[in-house]
Design a protein around this ligand. Sequence first.
Ligand code: ADP
Ligand code: MG
Length: 315
Amino acid sequence: MNEKKTAVVAIGGNSLILDKQHEDVDSQRKAVQETCRHIADMAERGWNLVITHGNGPQVGFILRRNELAAPQVHTTPLDLIGADTQGSIGYMIAQALRNEFQKRGLQKSIAGVVTQVLVDRNDPGFQNPSKGIGGFTSEENAREFEKEGWRVIEDAGRGWRRVIASPIPLKIIELDAIRTLVEQGFVVIAVGGGGIPVVEDEQGNLVGTRAVIDKDRATSLLAQELQVDLFLISTAVPQVAIHFNQPDERWLDHLTAHEARQYHAEGHFKPGSMGPKIEAVLSFLEVYPQGRALITDPPNIARALDGQSGTWIEV
Ligand code: ADP
Ligand code: MG
């Protein structure tokens, strides 16, 4: 067991895809390398690290590739796509970190863990799926998806789209493996894309399910289970604001859990972006009030750890 402090770091979509013009793999690699430089700063400062990441756009690309290739080759179910993206994104992160460590003379091993996350097959989300996935399409195509068992909706005049459930993560199946690796000093990459959602069947066997788990929620569960000193959410903004994008916008250096809850109730944190992050932080602090949470962007991580940037959230 090592005595260093441990951080769970959730890296957001901007660490992989900067914008619509930079979706190709070379650009993704560059974005990952840039983020990993800043994560390496943490390792250099002695942090134990567990890294999680999103996979939304990458899942969309694979679904599209499935559609185009359907006449020639079998399609990939969503749980396999989750596993595929954990592998490909985890690989890019592991390689970029290893190269960065090598440059700095840091001796640290890195391990990616393909992670399943248990959800309740009676989660209310399955009754009313609402998370859009993949691109927009025609009604005719949408009806074909329906025949394959997908739920489809017409999305406010923008076209037809598949929708799936976003159930609550209950249990990280590979938690023991992740914990052991961290205790042994490995940098661990886990719970990619929120984890591969699995349910228990009547016999207690795990089976993949067609859903996606919010990565901030799943990362929060991991941070709670590991009782980490720091839950760091690395996203596209250096700080959290109230009155975000309004003339009276105010960036926040520090928030108590109470203040965060209050501002959230007042609607300052958008659903689907900052909202889930604040909720993730609040549930972490509720379960582990000794912990600290930080929201910032990759270039500001080191400065934020020195108290010069980011938004710190503490009980
Ligand atoms: P990620 O891919 O990291 O999960 P998201 O786009 O889901 O990123 O969420 C981060 C985004 O949330 C920020 O880039 C910002 O545009 C938006 N946002 C919404 N409300 C706020 C707020 N109150 N303060 C700061 N950013 C906010
Ligand atoms: Mg997000």
